[in-house]
Design a protein around this ligand. Structure first.
Ligand SMILES: [Zn+2]
Length: 317
């Protein structure tokens, strides 16, 4: 699939991305405080599924990444409501492990020790819960950004989850595995491209391409939610009131609900991301479907309630 340069820049939203990557470089020089790990991960039953939410640690990002359209005063207020104490956004990384019958399905596998020093805690947290990585049977990649898939390889070239089958959106796979991609991208995207290509190449012999409507296991289906990346997918679990695993279609429990029309700094195509975000939150509010967000405050589980023309997030357990 050929992508011309103009379309590519549109997809990557160079302006927003540059703001994000420059700021990321500056936060990475800051001192890190040790992250307290959750000793008792949240576990709940959803229809025929048992879901445990693991954390991969936290991510520090410049505050304006969560809402590029917000004023400094609005950002300050949001940070205060979320209890963020530094000048940065402190995002969670909530990774659900879904058990059904003999299957153990992990949604994304974190960033290992390759992205930020406060992240890469998934292995430790699985171990603390007595789960052997070799027992995971399936892994779904929602998209190929570092915080979601750089944990695919550990100790150089070993798969972290050695016995799993992998699932990824076909549009996402095609975008990142384009051999010409590195030369087509802005230089600032180089590490993202190389990391995505290395992680995806590692699973090429055991990957299944998926699209909206496909099932990973019966009752766990794929939703097409492009915009954050070209082939971003979310997931939906049937049973009970239903559960939508939004991944990065909704990146913050205040901003994505109360201002779904605001741009997120790492959305490749903000307009498409906004359109899909609005559809997702509207459907969840209408049908009272629970939602689980990757970057929301741990464990990131709640419902959308209508408020005026927008929504508010209400915690669920
Ligand atoms: Zn993310």
């Amino acid at each position: 699939m050929a992508i011309d340069h103009e379309e590519l820049l549109h997809l990557l939203n160079r302006r927003l991305f540059l703001v994000g990557s420059a700021a990321l470089a500056s936060v990475s020089t800051m001192p890190w405080k040790a992250l307290a790990l959750s000793t008792e991960p949240l576990k709940f039953v959803q229809g025929e599924f048992e879901v445990t939410v693991f954390s991969d640690g936290s991510l520090r990002l410049p505050l304006n990444i969560i809402a590029a359209d917000a004023s400094p005063a609005q950002l300050k207020e949001i940070a205060k409501r979320l209890g963020w104490t530094s000048d940065n956004a402190e995002l969670g990384t909530n990774i659900p492990l879904i058990k059904k019958g003999q299957d153990l399905v992990l949604i994304d596998n974190g960033s290992a020790n390759k992205f930020q020093p406060t992240a890469g805690k998934l292995a430790e947290n699985l171990k603390a819960a007595g789960i052997d990585p070799s027992a995971v049977t399936k892994v779904v990649f929602t998209h190929a950004h570092p915080d979601h898939i750089w944990g695919t390889l550990v100790d150089g070239d070993k798969l972290f989850l050695p016995n799993a089958a992998y699932y990824v959106g076909s549009a996402e796979w095609n975008f990142w595995t384009d051999p010409e991609l590195l030369s087509k991208m802005p230089a600032e995207m180089g590490d993202f491209v190389k990391g995505a290509q290395r992680s995806l190449a590692a699973v090429k012999d055991r990957v299944t391409m998926v699209k909206g409507g496909d099932e990973i296991v019966p009752g766990l289906s794929v939703l097409d939610t492009p915009g954050h990346t070209p082939g971003h997918i979310s997931l939906e679990l049937s049973g009970g009131e239903g559960l939508i695993i939004t991944a990065d279609a909704m990146t913050n429990e205040i901003v994505s609900f109360e201002h779904p029309e605001w741009k997120f700094g790492f959305d490749a195509n903000p307009d498409l991301a906004i359109e899909n975000r609005k559809k997702l939150v509207d459907r969840a509010a209408t049908d009272k479907i629970k939602m689980l967000g990757f970057h929301w405050t741990y464990p990131g589980l709640g419902i959308a309630e209508r408020k005026g023309a927008a929504y508010v997030f209400a915690k669920a357990s």
